[in-house]
Design a protein around this ligand. Structure first.
Ligand code: AMP
Length: 470
């Protein structure tokens, strides 16, 4: 039996009604590269058929040859960048998925994770469906192809009513582009306009690059249909309490993006200020772990009055180290990526700010690096609460056993990473810094309070404590 594989962090982009749709999608994906570096793809529509190009690797590598765009004609296109996790990193799992069925062709890009995928898949297989990939996204396509309802919008909403979890979806047919955000709105998705073309992207930074105007975010539970006739919006799902992912603010989104109504950079800076209010440390210098720790470290420095320096310099040609699938590579990765500026750190009491500790590997290496550079004290402060619970809604946190804070006290973590002190932002501080207007953020990775209960053991997971408890 082939097991589904969750689609974790990803980025999606689409444009409709533009003569250079595939080219602009390439640029959009480029701006969303931070959301996934393992693989990418574009499907275009020329009004009568769909065309695809997909590959493993970065956007610039997969689409590095201008000739490729000749194979992607038409004025509609959707694209996808996919995050890397260990396991089935194979080309057949690269998105957008494209199928031909009784009513024509359809392609789909998905960001998120469907929690009841295995249940639906077992059912569909029992009815004779044959799956080509191990991605949960394919389940949506099968539901769609077997739906008995007449219009495409009905088929999409009908299919999605069976699906539980996090999804931002972009569909492309010969004549339409359709965007969907799940009723809880876990992942960000925004709508823009470029002349007479509509654009949809995971984050607003992708609209900025192509000089599209930001119109608004696609709302939780909304389906947006874009065709030659313009745009139509539908709300077919039962209204539920929204649960946008707070970790997008903490780590995942790009700081220049506006998501869930707020600019990410400003939120991160406020997280740093709040951290300074909660954890005052006697120190000479504040340094960030670049890049994700930079705005929080600036906020911390402003609030505490301790000078900010770029004490660690990042090699920008290395991807996010965490993204490397194997532990051995990750260990090496920190050194490849970061180098200390000894002259700034020698003899100093240093506060190092990062956004999160997952397994503790990065912090341990960094503390050692800063100490070896001559720091007299190294204090690690984290601009979010301890990440103690895995995410089932699209952020690729490891299972619970691997999350250091799920089984270690803060003192034990301090010892492990060999810091002089460790401090985390409080859950209340996080809420306050992000803002209390939307109090229903999903904070499950910090609290274990999952907005959608996980319906069964994940068959592909090594059992973590949480999964056993359920
Ligand atoms: P670790 O070494 O496992 O403790 O990873 C911590 C580092 O990974 C921090 O510097 C974070 O910025 C980064 N990080 C946190 N969550 C994620 C994630 N879901 N994907 C990639 N990187 C992450």
């Amino acid at each position: 039996m082939k097991l589904y594989r969750p689609e974790e962090e990803c980025g999606i982009f689409g444009i409709f009604n533009h003569p250079e749709a595939a080219n602009l999608t390439y640029l959009g994906l480029y701006a969303l590269q931070h959301r996934g570096q393992e693989a990418c793809g574009i499907v275009s529509s020329d009004g009568t058929s769909l065309h695809a190009h997909k590959g493993m690797g970065l956007v610039a590598d997969v689409f590095g040859n201008q000739e490729i765009f000749k194979q992607l004609p038409g004025d509609g296109a959707i694209g996808h960048v996919r995050y890397s996790t260990s396991g089935s990193s194979v080309i057949k799992n690269v998105q957008p998925i494209m199928i031909d069925y009784s009513r024509g062709s359809i392609a789909v890009s998905h960001n998120g994770n469907i929690v009841n995928a295995q249940i639906i898949k077992d059912e569909l297989e029992a009815w004779g469906s044959i799956f080509q990939t191990t991605m949960d996204t394919e389940i949506i396509v099968h539901l769609l192809a077997t739906s008995k309802t007449s219009s495409l919008i009905e088929r999409i909403s009908d299919s999605l009513k069976r699906v539980k979890g996090a999804y931002c979806l972009l569909f492309l047919t010969e004549t339409r582009m359709i965007a969907v955000r799940d009723p809880q709105g876990y992942r960000p998705l925004c709508l823009g306009k470029l002349g007479n073309s509509f654009v949809v992207a995971s984050e607003s930074c992708a609209l900025d690059l192509i000089e599209a105007e930001f119109i608004r975010e696609i709302e939780p539970g909304e389906i947006v249909e874009i065709s030659k006739n313009g745009m139509a919006s539908y709300f077919p799902f039962k209204k539920v309490e929204p649960a946008p992912c707070i970790f997008e603010f903490v780590y995942f989104a790009r700081p220049d993006s506006t998501i869930f109504g707020k600019n990410v950079y400003l939120v991160r800076k406020e997280l740093g200020r709040q951290l300074a209010r909660e954890h005052r440390v006697e120190a000479d210098v504040v340094i960030p772990v670049p890049d994700s720790g930079v705005p929080a470290a600036m906020g911390y420095a402003e609030e505490s009055g301790i000078p900010f320096e770029l004490g660690l310099i990042r090699n920008h040609y290395v991807g996010r180290t965490f993204i490397e699938p194997q532990q051995a590579i990750r260990h090496f990765g920190v050194k490849i990526k970061l180098n200390p500026v000894r002259e700034l750190l020698k003899g100093k009491r240093v506060v190092v700010i990062d956004d999160s500790i997952v397994r503790g590997t990065t912090s341990r290496k960094i503390v050692k690096m800063v100490r070896n550079a001559g720091a007299s004290e190294v204090h690690v402060l984290i601009s979010s609460p301890p990440t103690s619970y895995p995410c089932y809604y699209g952020i690729d946190t490891p299972n619970r056993k691997e999350l250091i804070s799920s089984s270690h006290t803060i003192e034990e973590i301090r010892k492990y990473i060999t810091a002089d002190s460790v401090g985390y932002l409080s859950p209340e501080g996080l809420t306050q810094a992000v803002g209390t207007e939307n109090t229903s953020y999903c904070r499950a990775c910090f609290t274990g309070d999952y907005p959608i209960k996980f319906p069964q053991l994940r068959p592909d997971s090594q059992l973590g404590l949480f999964e056993k408890e359920l």
